[in-house]
Write a protein that binds this ligand. Structure first.
Ligand code: NAD
Length: 369
């Protein structure tokens, strides 16, 4: 009997309905595999603002500290768009990431054979694609100071954000990337704009230094961010692991996302450093947002969240057998032509969020019977 403390924060929009499908898998594991999660549920984003007046309360943050892992749905929606910046749903997410010091965001972009036609790129360009983007998540321009909007003596307004990285921040994210590459294709592309930004020059020098001292057996390439965006759509299979900063990682991972056809298929993991007890804070969440345009219609694709749960099994709990089983079941139901509307194609079977979840459980039963 394994018991792990799991905090579920379903959030806003489609968050709760896709999280229900993960709950099915959690129940299945308790019943069929004797794996029990000690599940605690909390609020984040707009849902938390509505109840407590803040997108992430101190109590929920403490629950996240105490958990072995956090599984998050999504935050945001039209309803909260006019709140002041510090009370917006997204601030709950940023506070969680910052406080748990989740500096490493892992975003796999994998093309399932069954969905190869869903990509906007030609089949031969994306078939078999398997990229891991490692994005720095707690530094850079989204957090750097000075920041703000000021009024100049001329009456003009000026908006300021600051790109800033220390050597320590660069080394720890590069270390995650090299370590992952060793377990995959043994290749890292480090991305910055060293041609026009001093922070990029520092980034390049530190990544190279770490490579030369600790990871010289891993292939390392440096690439400018604009070239990387172009290469991602020209020849994405040249990449194995991409490591980059917060801003470029935000943009490039969404670009890589589209290679796979749908935001609804993309999981992510955000990891902190190993502490003295050997524990690493971790938040797992789909790449997509709260999709308010399709919320409460039972049509959202739950696969990104299910794959996030699978990453959690693999990276936080070392349950690779269960992660493999879940991923194989997802692959099988896609091979059986089941599709939510976002990945629907001619001749396939359109299913609801609920039906996708139920079919997954049937498949898991089949594979383990
Ligand atoms: P979004 O990802 O929510 O939606 C973009 C498009 O993709 C929409 O048409 C949506 O219907 C579709 N989509 C997204 N996920 C889907 C799924 N699982 N199944 C089927 N279709 C799906 O991005 P957006 O519209 O730019 O943002 C909506 C809200 O989400 C905003 O408030 C934004 O701030 C927030 N957001 C939150 C996160 C997060 O929680 N990590 C990330 C991005 C955006």
């Amino acid at each position: 009997m394994i018991t792990k403390k799991l905090l579920i924060l379903a959030g806003d929009g489609i968050g709760p309905e896709i999280m229900t499908q993960v709950q099915r898998v959690i129940c299945w594991m308790a019943k069929k595999r004797n794996i029990t999660f000690d599940v605690n549920e909390g609020l984040i984003g707009g849902a938390s603002y509505d109840k407590f007046g803040h997108p992430l309360t101190d109590e929920t943050l403490q629950d996240a500290f105490d958990a072995d892992a956090v599984l998050l749905g999504s935050v945001g929606g039209y309803k909260w768009d006019n709140l002041s910046f510090d009370l917006r749903p997204e601030q709950g997410l940023l506070r969680l990431r910052k406080n748990l010091e989740l500096f490493a965001n892992l975003r796999p972009a994998v093309v399932f054979d069954a969905l190869v036609d869903a990509s906007s790129l030609k089949t031969e360009i994306v078939k078999g694609l398997d990229i891991m983007i490692v994005r720095e998540l707690t530094g850079g321009i989204y957090f750097g100071k000075p920041r703000g909007i000021e009024i100049l003596s001329t009456g003009e307004r000026r908006g300021v954000n600051t790109q800033v990285y220390t050597t320590g921040e660069i080394i720890r994210i590069a270390d995650v990337a090299f370590d992952l590459a060793q377990k995959r294709g043994n290749k890292v592309h480090s991305i910055e704009k060293a041609n026009v930004m001093e922070s990029g020059v520092l980034w390049r020098e530190e990544v190279q230094k770490l490579h030369d001292t600790k990871y010289s057996a891993v292939e390392l390439y440096h690439m400018y961010a604009d070239n990387c965006a172009m290469q991602l759509v020209r020849n994405p299979k040249q990449f194995d692991v991409i490591v980059t900063d917060n801003l470029f990682g935000d943009i490039l991972s969404d670009c890589a996302a589209m290679l796979t056809g749908s935001l609804g298929m993309l999981p992510s993991a955000s990891l902190g450093s190993l502490n003295a007890k050997g524990k690493r804070h971790a938040v797992y969440e789909p790449v997509h947002g709260s999709a308010p345009d399709i919320a409460n219609k039972d049509i959202a694709n739950p696969i990104a969240t299910l794959l996030s749960f699978s990453m959690m099994l693999r990276y936080s709990f070392n349950m690779s057998v269960e992660a493999d089983l879940l991923e194989q079941s997802i692959k099988n139901i896609l091979d059986a032509d089941l599709r939510t509307s976002d990945i629907m194609q001619l001749g396939k079977i359109k299913v609801s969020t609920t039906m996708m979840g139920e079919s997954l459980i049937s498949e898991m039963n089949k594979l383990t019977s």
